[in-house]
Design a protein around this ligand. Structure first.
Ligand SMILES: Cc1ncc(C[n+]2csc(CCOP(=O)(O)OP(=O)(O)O)c2C)c(N)n1
Ligand code: SF4
Ligand SMILES: [Mg+2]
Length: 313
């Protein structure tokens, strides 16, 4: 799924670095997120859960109200063959804190993963997440970012990008995307990263790295949603790759106060190597109303994001 970018890395003089990374055939075969679930075809969130359950041996998942709550299916026929607690939309950070403390008190094994959408993270869940991070609760918080409230009919969230159509922004969202990862950087976490379901091995490596750290770890996962982004069901991975190649979605890690751009995104530090933004926008019906002026504004926000991160490198 991700070989072209690995190839690029190898030919840009970093072959030994590339060799250190896992490749697709290294992904564990065991499935703990079972097939036949209720996700739409091409659902990024469902692929993300599948990969998470491969990366982490004993996940204990806390899931606020979201598409995730629905796609797992109704008990007793859930797709999750690991413990999964369905909780209120605002409560991922606090519920995960409680589960983590309880596991420790009882001496039970398990890695607590809060698996929340962008609404359940950037909006109503931000306070509980911030509290957990400030207390240093031993959890991995994954914000799967499909950039809108998909489960309730594609309403905009603060993580919806500028110009995107949603049912509550019929002419395109006026505001710009809230950068939750930047907010989490301000919490001085030991480990924070961005990832994408289009780059599964990178995501798995980051989850494993997160698991090795104590305290609150945060991963923001780019998760395409075909109905919400008005893309063909077969295009999720292509759109995910284009987001990285156009520099819109930057893969990076933040550890001990330093940002390091992940190998897949590193070539795009050089703006000339990025794919044109229009290639990314034009593939998605949600950006159909974006005109030249707005495209320029989006382009500027991409440049500004790279500049912001470069201050921490
Ligand atoms: C307090 C509260 N308000 C509203 C809802 C209704 N609700 C359930 S899921 C959801 C959307 C969640 O969006 P997001 O977190 O982005 O996850 P997604 O559906 O996109 O996967 C909403 C608004 C709720 N369950 N609780
Ligand atoms: S609406 Fe989007 S996020 Fe929800 S199940 Fe379908 S593809 Fe996945
Ligand atoms: Mg969402």
């Amino acid at each position: 799924m991700e070989s072209p970018e690995r190839g690029q890395l190898g030919t840009s003089g970093s072959a030994s670095q590339a060799d250190e990374h896992m490749i697709i055939k290294d992904i564990p075969k065991e499935e703990k997120w079972l097939p036949g679930n209720a996700a739409c075809p091409g659902c990024g969130l469902s692929l993300g859960l599948r990969l998470m359950a491969k990366a982490i041996e004993h996940p204990v998942v806390v899931m606020p109200a979201s598409c995730g709550s629905v796609v797992q299916g109704g008990w007793p026929k859930s797709s999750a063959s690991f413990p999964l607690l369905n909780i209120a939309m605002a409560a991922a950070g606090s519920a995960a804190s409680g589960v983590s403390e309880a596991l420790e008190a009882l001496g039970k094994k398990g890695t607590v993963v809060a698996w929340a959408g962008d609404g359940g993270t950037a909006d109503i869940g931000l306070q509980a997440l911030s509290g957990a991070a400030e207390r240093g609760e031993n959890i991995i918080f994954v914000m799967y970012d499909n950039e809108a409230y998909m489960n309730t009919g594609i309403q905009r969230s603060s993580s919806t990008p500028h110009g995107a159509w949603t049912t509550t922004t019929p002419e395109g969202k006026r505001e710009f995307k809230k950068e939750v990862a930047h907010i989490m950087m301000a919490h001085n976490l030991e480990y924070m990263a961005t990832a994408s379901v289009a780059f599964p091995t990178d995501f798995i490596e980051k989850l494993r790295k997160a698991e090795a750290h104590k305290g609150t770890k945060f991963i923001q996962l780019f998760s395409p949603c075909p109905p919400g982004w008005r893309i063909d069901y077969s295009k999720s991975i292509e759109v995910g790759k284009l987001a990285v190649q156009a520099g819109v979605w930057i893969l990076y890690e933040y550890e001990n106060g330093k940002v390091s751009i992940s190998p897949i995104s590193r070539p795009y530090l050089d703006a000339k190597k990025r794919r044109p933004l229009k290639d990314y926008l034009s593939l998605q019906g949600r950006f159909a109303n974006v005109d030249e002026r707005e495209a320029t504004e989006i382009e500027k926000s991409v440049v500004e994001k790279w500049r912001f991160l470069s201050r921490f490198m």
